[in-house]
Write a protein that binds this ligand. Structure first.
Ligand SMILES: Nc1nc2c(ncn2[C@@H]2O[C@H](COP(=O)(O)OP(=O)(O)OP(=O)(O)O)[C@@H](O)[C@H]2O)c(=O)[nH]1
Ligand SMILES: [Mg+2]
Length: 456
């Protein structure tokens, strides 16, 4: 791939950065990247016994010395010649012991030998400049490092592996074909037949449709990245707080045999079906004269109205009561999941019309089924070909689709105006290029890489 963008210092400096978080640990990784020869020269000042021509990708155990020449550590050193490295440049990695003093000594030695500390995202930016990855893939790396759940990690990995880039590239190919046909007709009007207007319009409309579909994926992804809220509601003593604790995996809420124990709503995040959600425990619903409890019941009712899903708990020992009928009768059916609690006290086959799943937070019985139902009801099921499409990508896709729709309309209207169609197609190409980086400005790159970690 050609050089996509010039990096700020044109790859002239040898960069040094720690690739692992600060703090005492078994190992820490310090990396160098830079021009061939210069990078190895810095590495050999730190690891004097490293050969002049180390074997590529083969670990060598070396003594490392500080800027004063005093021993620092014994560490594995890995050498990656350009262009077969993460950045496309010559890279040397030190796997040293994870002491703050050793890492600081190593960084100081590298600086003394001529390396410059990298700024945020600078390693990835060099990789981008050398065509090792494109901009969307680089953003995937950042998303992967930030992923809070397995679902988010899986989607980010798809971006890293080029799932979005491949689709964007395929769309660009089709547009470039159309464009070359139009331009040939413009340049050699006498010798080249104008492209078939209907055919051009159809291709452009199809590509616009693909861009619009990808943009819709982004909107869905955005909704998923917001934590869904599930509120546990039910009568006092129904076992809400016990269930809440079981789902969040720790004793967060107070549990007692006294009805009316929970007053304030309690909020915790919990992972269900590879996604993160916010779970709320609330005060038991009942008519009460107690001022504090009354406020708690109001809060619970409001939480029930705004939550994405109400998990309604019914104590199976007592069965459905009038208040339960009343709440469930209010018609939030689509957004309510009814769980029968304390299943351990009633045996597995207690049947109650509205109850969808039986669970015992005490024994764990039925909790897996409950988690699965929650995941299904919240739309957390893993869809095939799930794509992470960031907001930035969505904006570019929408803009490209709109130019393509205009181009298709112009092409379809006889007599065709090839230069107008071509101008719109060029606009769309440039919008899509922002996703993969071909047409990204330095300013945009600065903005994106500022969100990266140092050493990435
Ligand atoms: N055997 C059994 N007892 C349970 C189970 N879940 C809750 N309990 C008991 O039921 C009582 C009430 O539990 P809580 O979790 O505090 O009920 P709650 O719905 O939060 O009650 P309020 O906060 O008062 O509205 C406690 O004594 C719990 O130990 C269960 O699955 N099995
Ligand atoms: Mg409670």
């Amino acid at each position: 791939m050609a050089r996509l963008v010039a990096d700020p210092d044109r790859g002239g400096d040898v960069l040094v950065a720690t690739a692992t978080p600060p703090g005492a640990s078994a190992l820490a990784v310090v990396r160098l990247t830079g021009p061939t020869g210069a990078t190895l020269a810095v590495a050999r000042r730190i690891a004097p016994r490293l050969p002049e021509a180390p074997r590529p990708r083969e670990a060598a155990l070396c003594r490392l010395v500080g800027e004063d020449g005093q021993p620092l550590d014994r560490a594995l050193v890995l050498f990656f010649p350009a262009p077969s490295s993460a950045t496309g440049e010559e890279v040397v990695e030190f796997f040293c012991h994870g002491s703050l003093a050793i890492v600081a000594g190593l960084l100081a030695a590298a600086r003394a030998a001529g390396a410059r500390p990298a700024v945020r995202g600078e390693f990835t930016r060099r990789a981008l400049a050398n065509g090792k990855l494109d901009l969307a893939e680089a953003e995937g790396l950042a998303a992967l490092a930030r992923a809070e759940t397995r679902g988010a990690a899986r989607r980010a990995l798809g971006l890293v592996e080029g799932e979005l880039s491949r689709r964007v590239m395929a769309a660009r190919e089709k547009m470039l074909d159309v464009l070359s046909g139009l331009e040939a007709a413009l340049d050699f009007a006498e010798d080249v037949a104008a492209p078939d207007a209907r055919g051009v319009a159809d291709v452009l409309a199809a590509v616009a449709g693909e861009a619009e579909a990808l943009a819709t994926t982004a909107a869905r992804g955005g909704a998923r990245d917001r934590h869904k809220v599930v509120a546990i509601l039910g009568r006092p003593n129904a076992g809400k707080s016990t269930l809440f604790n079981a789902l969040v995996g720790r004793d967060r809420a107070i549990v007692t045999a006294v009805p009316g124990t929970t007053r304030d709503a309690i909020s915790e995040t919990c992972e269900i079906g590879d996604e993160m959600l916010t779970l709320l425990d609330t005060a038991g619903l009942r008519a009460t004269e107690d001022e504090v409890e009354k406020i708690g019941v109001d809060v619970a009712e409001r939480a029930g109205e705004t939550a994405d899903l109400v998990l309604y708990a019914i104590d199976m020992v007592l069965g459905m009561k009038e208040e339960d009928e009343e709440f469930l009768g209010k018609g939030r059916a689509g957004q309510t999941l009814v769980v029968g609690t304390k299943a351990d006290l009633v045996g597995g086959d207690a049947e109650e019309g509205r109850v969808e799943v039986l669970a015992s937070a005490r024994t764990g019985l039925g909790l897996e089924a409950l988690r699965a139902l929650l995941a299904a009801r919240l739309g957390f099921v893993q869809a095939d070909g799930e794509l992470l499409v960031l907001e930035r990508h969505r904006a570019a896709l929408v803009s490209a689709a709109s130019s393509l729709r205009e181009a298709a309309a112009l092409a379809g209207n006889l007599p065709p105006a090839p230069e107008l169609v071509a101008a719109r197609v060029r606009e769309a190409l440039s919008a899509l290029g922002v996703i993969t980086g071909e047409t990204a400005t330095e300013e945009l790159l600065d903005r994106i890489f500022a969100t990266f970690c140092v050493g990435k």
